[in-house]
Write a protein that binds this ligand. Sequence first.
Ligand code: PLP
Length: 465
Amino acid sequence: MPFKKILLDEEDIPKQWYCILPDLPKPLSPLINPKTREPVSPKELEPVFAKECLRQEVSQDRWINIPEEVRETYRLWRPTPLYRATSLEKALKTPAKIYYKYEGVSPPGSHKPNTAVAQAYYNMREGTPRLATETGAGQWGSALAFASMLFGMKSTVYMVRASYNQKPYRRILMELWGAEVYPSPSNKTESGRKILEEDPKSPGSLGIAISEAVDDVIHHNDAKYTIGSVLNHVLLHQTVVGQETKKQLERLDEYPDQIIGCIGGGSSFSGLYWPFYYDKVSKKAPKDAKFIAVEPTACPSVTKGYYTYDHGDTAKIIPLVKMHTLGHMFIPPPIHAGGLRYHGIAPTISILSKEGMIETRAYDQVEVFDAASLFIKTEGIIPAPEPSHAIKAVVDEALKCKKTGEEKTILFLLCGHGHFDMQAYDDYLSGKLLPYEYPKEKVEESMRELKRLYPWLNDELKKIH
Ligand SMILES: *Cc1c(COP(=O)(O)O)cnc(C)c1O
């Protein structure tokens, strides 16, 4: 079987990150302090985040230099390979060409260290001794533990309790990289204790774990908070992915018609599509590439959520962010794509899907694992459940091409491997996985709650009674 892999040299690792903010069709809405109802200035967030990350968060500079120390660290696993999925194409009998960029080759096994090393580096330079964060199934926590260790810092990770109990291997990985890992809700923080008082058996959620990590850094001055997705500075650090991919496709004289990725908070997909979006707005694109973002029906933030101001965390410590949301009190159903169980989404994804520049769709976990299984049997690599959502969309698009005879070029991001997801695959193989759709009524219930909290938030919430 002719596997086709396109590699780059170390010199091809990008020297700058691309920032989409100056190229958005509309400016992003500012973060809002719910008490004053005023925009939050980056300065107010300095006790929480590294200064340089805050500067990048609102930067209107299109290109941001990657520090040489960060590029040196990227060399450990970058540039990452681009593959042509020839066997999958053959199995689908499609005239479409399918390419995928593979981020599973990083030591933690996903795209997340692309931003973890940048955030750790800036914190190290600003003299932070310890980094705190949350993690769901453990991908972000392990990337942050890895990056903190590389730059000689301590790390504390609040891990959603349900995952902490059910998925010990990522916790062990974090501990090997030197992190202290606590099941969240924990008794280490005020927000954790409050939730445990109400519900001692709380399984936790990403929203709760974020509250705990932020709580920790607010009450200890040795630590800063780091985040794995959603915010602009995180997404821009991921653009090394799309820039490398463009170069790899150029070598083949190819340009994608469709660019597909899964979205949890939106960082991996943004890392892939932003550089192609830049081609489009700067009129350099040889084709009008379509961007397709895929989420689970169990956590349909964009396809079923409301576009409104909401908190990024359950304890409402984080200011209000304008984004698509299922409500900050969202407790995720137990589906296996741990990285896609967040109630909100990157504000840039929200704006671009609102403007019709990104298409969003949702699939349930059974059809997603069916697609993953076909991918494994043809391409050999075990995908994480999260990017398997993208694979399902790719299969659908390739089958459409089979019907129409179109020779489209489809590009997708395989943002992580599934070596720590064997329980999910075992459940799939034994027929225990069930399709699940998050009910619209539950979203509306959360929106009513949000409206009760902030009656002055009346944009989209007008529709809720
Ligand atoms: C964290 C994670 C995701 C979801 O986060 P995004 O910010 O949307 O990328 C998806 N896939 C993998 C492998 C992850 O680790």
